[in-house]
Design a protein around this ligand. Structure first.
Ligand code: PLP
Length: 227
């Protein structure tokens, strides 16, 4: 087995134990392997080990990998911040976009999603820590943004995404806040089914609070070079 295949086994075991500890079915949690900065060969190794969902942050790098890897069986998630000048490529080449924080970006993605593709899956990103430096909309703005995004014809709003700061005392606290917000929004939009939260260091805390999609890079592919 390759190191990547071994790491995938370990990460899947972590997800399964965290799910069981929370009284949840492991199959209800999707693993997105975050392959940013990694070569296409690493994505292929993970794919050979049964991994289907991949997350990328940098558009040009991602497009190069998408072009050389066989499309069927792979799902590409864009998890980085979205600027207006990237929306066309995202709409044309990705299956999911996790970082929606403004309606204008969502409108562009909807308008630019090609007719021959199914609606683009999206998540609204929430700045759950309310830090000025952080991406995402403020929690109190999320319900209205979700309602507006859900109405766009070529997008399928799936749920919320967040990247909380690590908290020593109560690691589950930000994920709990995210879940409470999600439950509130689902009263109006019951079709939402995705909480995209949890990374290499905090996936257990996220799963304990209901995450349905964890985005894991380092624990699968090893540590990244500093950008
Ligand atoms: C890089 C990144 C990840 C993966 O982080 P790891 O700590 O390497 O698991 C997850 N989500 C987002 C948005 C990222 O940018």
């Amino acid at each position: 087995m390759t190191e990547i295949a071994e790491n995938l086994v370990t990460v899947r075991q972590r997800i399964a134990s965290a799910a069981r500890a929370a009284g949840r079915q492991p199959e209800t949690i999707t693993l997105v392997a975050v392959s940013k900065t990694r070569p296409a060969a690493d994505v292929a190794a993970a794919q050979a080990a049964g991994q289907a969902d991949f997350g990328e942050n940098y558009l040009q790098e991602a497009l190069e990998k998408i072009a050389v890897l066989p499309r069927p069986g792979l799902r590409w998630h864009f998890i980085g911040p979205v600027q207006s000048n990237k929306t066309r490529d995202l709409a044309e080449h990705f299956d999911w976009v996790h970082g929606i924080e403004r309606l204008k970006i969502a409108q562009r993605l909807s308008a630019q999603r090609p007719e021959h593709l199914p609606p683009l899956n999206v998540c609204v990103q929430v700045n759950i820590d309310r830090e000025a430096s952080k991406s995402g909309c403020l929690p109190e703005d999320a319900p209205a943004l979700c309602a507006a995004v859900a109405a766009l014809p070529r997008l399928q709003l799936r749920g919320l995404m967040a990247i909380p700061e690590p908290r020593q005392a109560d690691p589950r606290a930000p994920f709990r806040q995210l879940r409470e917000l999600f439950e509130q929004i689902r009263r109006e939009l019951p079709q939402l089914d995705t909480l995209s939260a949890g990374m290499s260091d905090d996936l257990e805390a996220a799963i304990a609070e209901g995450s349905t999609m964890v985005r894991v890079g380092t624990s699968i592919f090893g540590s990244r070079p500093q950008k």
